[in-house]
Design a protein around this ligand. Structure first.
Ligand code: G6P
Length: 372
């Protein structure tokens, strides 16, 4: 009903607006005196100290959150991480055992594919950790440990605020394990916690300063038939998420690619007028990746692509190369994707609205898929 939407035009509009608080609420109480405190994980230090491998299982948007999490967990804890779609993991006789921690990610906690993967992991002797947004759901009940995201109820079928909350929970987990394993200096640990704490205000900045312009822009693009998304490093899973959201909400063909993969195939798709969103790494924090991405942009622009760059506010170097620049505040490299995804969520929602589609209930999709 209109009342439940709290004055918003859709649940999705409300949920995108709640992305800052989804991150803030997931962190709330879990950072104390500059330390990560996750009482739900008490008694698991020995497991985290000894585990030799982490496998993340999930489906849909949650799997992309897992892909982002992999970069941070590996960088901070040096534990090798694999991310696998739950339905693929389940039926290929996966190699996991007591030395493996299997982390499932699920907003609903009821996705059957993910539940079956968790059960299979447990049967094989792995320890299981659930990252879930729904108290008391089946997947957390079937898991050895739970870290809840506190995004609040998500009603729109396609996931938005739960995605940023899932990444937040994975980062909290990674920093917690890094402290146990002694893989980060106290200074680096403190810097990462400060970056995490700064995210809600930075996401809010994107909503306050860029949302209207992105919606206008989505309106102009309402007749577009195909959109590509490119990113590198943590920007790569964000490109996948941007494409998924556009498919789900607007029924437009969309694909995400690792920018470095362009020349190995996808560049053949570029023809004059093809819109391509490019997630641009920071020129100051990631100068090498920044210049690589700028040369990727030059390659596709030379072939007529229409480039929409998502770049940090201080990045003047990207201006001559892009047709449009959507701005996000400066953040350390591992944190930038949590900001870059916000314009993509707004864009997908804006384009679906421009086409007159129901953004909360896209055709053929269900909020939680309880069949395999
Ligand atoms: C469905 C939804 C997606 C969601 C996926 C995983 O397919 O349409 O938006 O990402 O399930 O859901 P979960 O509840 O496990 O995160």
């Amino acid at each position: 009903s209109a009342a439940e939407k709290g004055g918003w035009s859709s649940f999705m509009a409300k949920e995108v607006a709640e992305e800052p608080e989804a991150v803030a609420n997931t962190m709330r109480g879990r950072v104390q005196d500059g330390q990560i405190v996750i009482p739900e994980l008490d008694g698991m230090d020995e497991l985290f100290a000894g585990v030799s491998r982490i496998v993340i299982v999930a489906a849909g948007t949650a799997a992309y959150a897992g892909l982002v999490g992999k970069y941070a967990i590996e960088q901070w804890t040096r534990i090798p991480v694999e991310v696998e779609l739950a339905h693929e993991f389940r039926y290929r006789d996966p190699i996991v055992g007591p030395d493996t921690l299997v982390i499932s990610i699920s907003q609903s906690g009821e996705t059957m594919d993910t539940l079956m993967a968790v059960k299979e992991a447990a049967r094989l002797g792995a320890k299981t950790l659930s990252i879930c947004n729904t108290q008391g759901a089946t997947i957390p009940r079937e898991s050895d440990a739970i870290v809840y995201t506190h995004a609040g109820p998500e009603v729109a079928v396609a996931s938005t605020k739960a995605f940023v909350a899932q990444i937040t929970a994975l980062y909290l987990f990674a920093l917690h394990v890094a402290r146990i394993r002694g893989t980060l200096s106290p200074e680096t640990q403190a810097e990462q916690i400060a970056e995490l704490s700064a995210l809600p205000a930075k996401i809010q900045w994107v909503l306050d300063n860029e949302q209207e312009r992105i919606e206008q822009f989505a309106h102009w693009m309402a007749d577009t038939r195909s959109v590509l998304f490119l990113g590198r490093h943590v920007g790569y899973p964000i490109a996948l998420e941007g494409a998924l959201k556009l498919k789900e909400l607007s029924y437009i063909h969309a694909e995400g690619f690792a920018a470095g993969e362009l020349k190995h195939g996808p560049i053949a798709l570029i023809e004059p007028g093809q819109p391509v969103f490019v997630i641009v790494p920071s020129p100051s924090d990631s100068p090498v990746l920044h210049s690589k991405v700028v040369s990727n942009i030059q390659e596709i622009r030379a072939r007529g692509a229409r480039v929409i760059a998502i770049a940090e506010t201080g990045d003047a170097a990207v201006l001559p190369h892009a047709d449009e620049v959507l701005r996000v505040p400066l953040a350390a490299p591992l944190f930038a994707p949590i900001l870059a995804v916000v314009p993509l969520h707004i864009f997908a929602m804006g384009l679906a609205n421009a086409k007159g589609l129901d953004v909360d209930q896209p055709r053929n999709l269900a909020k939680s898929v309880t069949v395999e």
